[in-house]
Design a protein around this ligand. Structure first.
Ligand SMILES: [Zn+2]
Length: 95
């Protein structure tokens, strides 16, 4: 897994603390591949159900609030059916 720039082609290790390329372009994360259905831990109700796709492992995480599964509110807005995340119900308010 690494980051790359689609403008200049420069590559960065995923361990490097970079947020953009030296040419100022954004970086794209290149992963091993697509997560398969069998790779998902169905018994986990948090972000950690996708652990196999993450660069860190659950055992390495020192703090977790079991974030994930933010409730959705079904709302008809301007005649279009939408789903909005109800973030204020989650302890971390980020997922
Ligand atoms: Zn670049």
């Amino acid at each position: 897994m690494h980051y790359y720039c689609n403008i200049c082609g420069k590559k960065y290790s995923s361990n490097e603390l970079v947020w953009r390329c030296s040419c100022s372009n954004f970086l794209i994360l290149k992963t091993k591949g697509v997560l398969k259905k069998d790779d998902i831990f169905n018994e986990r109700y948090s972000l950690w159900r996708y652990e196999k796709a993450l660069p860190v492992k659950l055992d390495d995480a020192t703090v977790t609030l079991q974030e994930g599964f933010t409730p959705l509110a079904k709302v008809n807005w301007k005649g279009i059916q939408n789903y909005f995340k109800v973030d204020y119900l989650m302890p971390s308010v980020i997922l």
